[in-house]
Ligand binder design. Structure first.
Ligand code: T1G
Length: 673
């Protein structure tokens, strides 16, 4: 329940909001703020007002849970206008993350004082909407068009220091924020006229709009909100504030009622829901992880290590040979230095991270680790032998984890006398970049081990999703039918670049063949060039292993730009002749149905087998694991929009065995989410 307290500090009134967890501007908060301002306005003993929040952050935006429901008065733009119209100075005291409507409330205040650690942003675009409380009108007037475009169309927050530099924040506060805001309020109490953004004219230069569009092509590949936002700012720049605000409201409502915003709001809550384990007591005590052991310093081992190093957790990394160990450590350093070169990390942060990395050639050096992760060659024999060794070396209570992407972690657990301490931690390549982490819950995995893995995942900036033990867990298991069906379409007349283009146009970052070339066609290949049972075998047999060999499904130039390969075209013809499938022109719709409906079908099987806790978890896997466009909500959310009965009919037409759950839901007119 929200609490809006007011406290007098001499002639300054502090209005303090306490509405956990993030002081979202729900109806009760809005009403409380309006009432407190109405009371303060006529009170001559109040010379200025400070708006502050308790808890971890200043208002973090409108209450997303209210969207789509009738909005109680005062709605946020009305509250913002009321604040700005107040005849005495209102000062925002900002800490944590002033986001969306929270930032807009701050912009409606006459002044802004921010804690050094505060961030300010307008992430509405990530929910498929535009700011709806005057932000698109006030921010350009205060900070200029270029910064307003960056902040509103991309949705990334800026630091308080940058906001001060841009004239958004008037004073940076160290120490007691409210005290600093009260002191600032006394300084400005009698200054007039009160600075009101709405009384300024927006910048009239139109150059930033086209420049922004040209500089950010990836923003305009299907998501509606970024397009609408840039157009809105461009259209309203010449207008008076009131007219601009009216147009903002129109665009806001249109976007809010649109399918993309519904999908993005689904994705927002799905990510947070995925962190919850339904059948586990909420008070499960996590184990403390002070040092991590990493076995394998290859691409995955190095990338996984970086996640912990960047979070300040020391890592002991073990390889079998010195040259492999040196190569692995050098690659970690190279990756950090590349990040530093982009200005996203300082040189001392690089050294601090590298200083926490302890290379070793001996598994015995893992004896003091609280968590040991193996990322060795994907062979069950090798992994079982390794887990048996770790069982002898690791200290009691250490968590033993495998980064395997397919194999059964129960078999690895059974190779130890501590099978309840074994869990799967499946990272996605590049492991220091991709946010998805599949946490694989074995038959015997203890609750506190699972709880520790989930909490640690969030601590290192990952999005964890729990998977049961099945071949390929959730992500790769659903990827397999997509790959198989894509190759089948090649036999019927499609080409790799045609199928990939359909997927990219759908909103995926790349299509099935581009993805295979990136991962490597040698992954999972039986390595016998004489054994050619598929097109993929044929490519692998002649060394076409993908980008790493400048040749796979595509040919690649020195900059790794892909072009359709005549050699692959010839091989496709050979296999088509052997396959004997009738050739035909294949439409984009057929490619979507043929490759993505089987993905939905596999997702339904995963649900009915209990390998995923909920359909929205599967959506999170695809959004954060494979870049499924969040504005389509994930495969299961998207299936609901397509209509499950349409999917069942198409799968049956194409001879698929339809999952029972999918069939039952379609028959009952139900949806997954
Ligand atoms: N509304 C409702 N619930 C919210 C919320 C919000 N704005 N933000 C967070 N929560 C819930 C979240 O679901 C979770 O719930 C708990 O708070 C902790 O969140 C008019 C219309 C603020 C950076 O987009 O980015 O303003 O799972 O786990 O990691 O123009 O939450 O515990 O039940 O994420 O510390 C714009 C979204 C809204 C901000 C904190 N604002 N939130 O991160 O905690 S649109 C946003 C965040 C808008 C105006 C428009 C993050 C955070 P539960 P958490 P965190």
């Amino acid at each position: 329940m929200a609490r809006i307290a007011t406290e007098r500090q001499g002639d300054i009134l502090v209005i303090l909001t306490d509405s956990p967890p993030v002081n979202a501007l729900g109806a009760d908060v809005r009403q409380g703020l309006a009432a407190a301002l109405t009371e303060a306005e006529p009170d001559a003993s109040v010379r200025a007002v400070v708006l502050a929040c308790k808890g971890k952050t200043f208002f973090a935006g409108a209450d997303i849970a209210e969207f789509g429901k009738p909005m109680a008065d005062p709605i946020l733009p009305v509250l913002a206008d009321k604040i700005e119209a107040t005849e005495k100075p209102v000062i925002a005291a900002i800490h944590g993350t002033a986001l969306g409507g929270g930032f807009e409330i701050a912009l409606a205040c006459h002044y802004r004082v921010a804690a050094l650690s505060a961030k300010l942003g307008m992430p509405e675009v990530k929910l498929g909407i535009c700011p709806g409380a005057g932000g698109t009108q006030r921010l350009p007037r205060i900070a200029g068009t270029a910064l307003a475009l960056e902040m509103i169309a991309k949705g990334e927050p800026i630091s308080a220091a940058k906001a001060k530099e841009a004239g958004i924040v008037d004073r940076l506060a160290e120490g007691d924020l409210v005290a600093a805001a009260v002191a600032f309020a006394r300084e400005v109490a009698d200054l007039r006229p009160l600075p009101r953004a709405s009384s300024l004219a927006a910048p009239q230069d139109i150059a930033p709009f086209q420049a922004f569009r040209e500089r950010n092509p990836r923003l305009f590949t299907g998501a509606e909100a970024p397009v609408a936002i840039v157009d809105l700012l461009e259209k309203t720049a010449p207008l008076a504030y009131a007219e601009g605000a009216e147009l903002e409201n129109k665009v806001f409502v249109e976007l809010l009622l649109g399918e993309q915003s519904r999908a993005l709001r689904h994705a927002f809550f799905a990510e947070r829901k995925a962190a919850r384990i339904d059948d586990m007591a909420g008070d499960t005590v996590e184990r403390s992880i002070r040092r991590v052991g990493m076995i394998g310093a290859g691409t995955m081992g190095g990338g996984i290590s970086m996640n912990f190093l960047s979070a300040g957790i020391p890592v002991t990394i073990v390889e079998m040979a010195q040259d492999a160990l040196d190569r692995g450590v050098a690659t970690v350093r190279k990756n950090y230095e590349a990040t530093a070169a982009k200005g996203r990390m300082s040189a001392e942060q690089v050294e601090r991270a590298m200083g926490q990395l302890s290379p070793s050639l001996s598994l015995d050096d893992l004896a003091d680790c609280d968590l040991i992760i193996e990322a060795v060659y994907e062979s069950m024999d090798i992994k079982k032998e390794l887990f048996a060794k770790l069982d002898r070396i690791a200290k009691p209570g250490a968590i033993l984890a495998s980064n395997t992407s397919f194999l059964d972690i129960n078999d690895m657990a059974a190779a130890t006398n501590r099978r309840e301490d074994v869990v799967g931690l499946h990272f996605f390549s590049p492991a220091n970049v991709m946010k998805l982490l599949e946490v694989v819950r074995g038959t015997w995995t203890a609750d506190d081990v699972l709880a520790t893995a989930m909490a640690l995942a969030r601590k290192i900036g990952k999005v964890p999703v729990v998977s049961g033990v099945c071949h390929g867990f959730i992500a790769n298991r659903m990827l397999m039918p997509r790959q198989d069906e894509a190759v089948k379409l090649l036999m019927e007349g499609a080409m790799p670049h045609q199928i990939d283009k359909v997927h990219v146009d759908f909103g995926m970052p790349m299509g099935p063949f581009q993805m295979a070339d990136l991962a490597g066609l040698d992954i999972g290949w039986h390595r016998d060039p004489a054994r050619i049972e598929s097109l993929r075998d044929a490519l692998a047999a002649e060394g076409r292993w993908g980008q790493k060999r400048s040749a796979g499904w595509y040919d690649y130039d020195e900059k790794r730009a892909p072009t359709p390969s005549p050699r692959v075209g010839m091989l496709i013809s050979v296999f088509r002749a052997q396959n004997g499938a009738a050739q035909r022109a294949i439409t984009a719709q057929e490619i979507i149905e043929g490759t993505l409906y089987p993905v939905v079908n596999e997702g339904a099987r995963i649900l009915e087998e209990g390998m995923a806790q909920r359909a929205s978890d599967i959506d999170v896997v695809w959004i954060y694991g494979f870049g499924w466009p969040a504005w389509r909500g994930g495969p299961m959310f998207w299936a609901d929009t397509v209509g499950l009965s349409n999917i069942v009919a198409s799968l049956e037409r194409n001879g698929f065995e339809v999952s029972q759950l999918l069939r039952a839901k379609a028959a009952a007119g139900e949806s997954f989410n």
